[in-house]
Design a protein around this ligand. Structure first.
Ligand code: FEO
Length: 399
């Protein structure tokens, strides 16, 4: 059975939800599912904007048929070729063989690489090109590396709708609710929106900034992303989040304590630091066991908080592997502008502290506080003083 929503006059959401998926991109847990958004714009010529993942193809086709009724599908705009959006391109071509595909030159190349049979159908567009389809005139704006190099966004110059591809997307399936004011985004969605941004697009802050500048010159009234809710009011709330995230600026002054512990002794030191911080008036603290927390959540929280404490056991004369994985991901995603404290532990050869400091020094604008804490197995009374000094140093660096 079809399941569509009207977005605006002439414009319909024809996407769907995937609640069976466990790992997005086979990496990131999505316990609350994800939506794949697709839109149809009805005009003198009818346009499909992106397709969906193959997993929801049946729903997608029923949605398209319901909106089109007996009308022809004339064009398909491909803003992004990643398979969560291109998975049904060939199915659409099979069903609507006269369709033309509008995309960037690089998207054309990628579709060829995927093996799609798109011969004679491609209309390549460049940054700023416009096309009229009747009442609606669409402008195509390239958005390289948001999230792949071929990506573009499409702006309807008539009604101010921006089809933003992966930008402004989020994890979480849409439970009948499509618009931002049908959900409590700030309470129930923002953490998953941040986790989506940080892990999918977070590496490409410069490119997101470029796109935000392009978009700032437009009179955008509605944002239709490829995942998550459609924004038809309060746009600046989410645009401001994207601006902050893409500049790698922390959202909150607070302390994320990430600890890698084998038998609980390093965790004990992390608990001691958290307690000292709270006793000194810092309540905005979160703690995560890196062995029990998927790295995508750690990365997301690292985008959120200003200060991070890494408390880590030494393992095979190296950084405890889940902590190393977290740090390498942080470096890979180009994270910047955070202040770090370090607690290391080792029964015979503590190495984790120096190695973590070295890795952080390879990243951009990361400040590592001088007050390292080095433990030999269990936290002792004299080392509590060192933890107290680290707490004081964290607090003074917040001011
Ligand atoms: Fe939602 Fe980069 O694909």
């Amino acid at each position: 059975m079809y399941c569509v929503r009207k977005v605006k006059d002439d414009l319909y959401w024809v996407g769907g939800n995937d609640r069976h998926i466990t790992l997005f991109e086979n990496i990131h847990p999505v316990p609350r599912g994800i939506s794949y958004n697709s839109y149809i714009l009805l005009d003198e010529k009818n346009i499909l904007l992106d397709t969906v993942d193959w997993s929801i193809a049946s729903q997608f086709i029923q949605n398209i048929e319901e909106v089109l009724k007996d009308k022809e599908l004339d064009y398909m705009i491909v803003n992004h070729v990643e398979p969560d959006h291109s998975g049904c391109i060939e199915e659409i071509i099979n069903r609507y063989p006269n369709i033309k595909i509008i995309c960037t030159q690089k998207a054309h190349m990628f579709m060829e690489q995927f093996g799609f049979c798109i011969n004679d159908k491609i209309i390549e567009v460049k940054d700023g090109d416009e096309m009229s389809f009747g009442k609606h005139k669409l402008r195509f704006l390239t958005a390289p590396m948001v999230h792949w190099p071929e990506a573009m966004v499409t702006y309807d110059t008539i009604n101010g709708v921006l089809f933003s591809a992966d930008a402004f997307g989020t994890f979480i399936s849409l439970d009948g609710k499509l618009f931002n004011d049908e959900i409590n985004f700030e309470k129930e969605w923002i953490d998953e929106a941040r986790r989506y941004y940080a892990n999918i697009v977070g590496k490409y802050g410069i490119n997101v900034q470029t796109l935000l500048k392009k978009v700032s010159n437009l009179d955008v009234k509605c944002i239709c992303p490829l995942h998550g809710p459609v924004w038809h009011n309060n746009l600046n709330y989410f645009i401001d989040k994207y601006d902050k995230w893409s500049k790698y600026e922390a959202e909150e002054k607070g302390v994320l304590i990430a600890y890698g512990t084998m038998y609980g002794n390093t965790e004990s030191a992390a608990n001691c630091l958290a307690t000292k911080l709270v006793e000194k008036g810092i309540n905005n603290i979160v703690m995560y066991d890196v062995s029990r927390t998927h790295v995508s959540y750690l990365i997301s929280e690292t985008f959120k908080y200003s200060h991070i404490v890494l408390a880590c056991a030494t393992y095979n004369l190296n950084i405890y592997p889940p902590m190393l994985n977290y740090l390498l991901d942080m470096k890979e995603l180009n994270l910047q502008k955070r202040t770090f404290g370090i607690i290391e532990n080792g029964t015979w050869a503590s190495k984790a502290g120096k190695l973590m400091r070295d890795l952080l020094n390879e990243m951009k604008d990361m400040v590592v506080l001088d007050e390292d804490v080095s433990l030999k197995t269990v936290l002792k009374q004299e080392e509590v003083n060192c933890i107290e000094k680290l707490a004081d140093s964290i607090i003074s660096s917040m001011n």
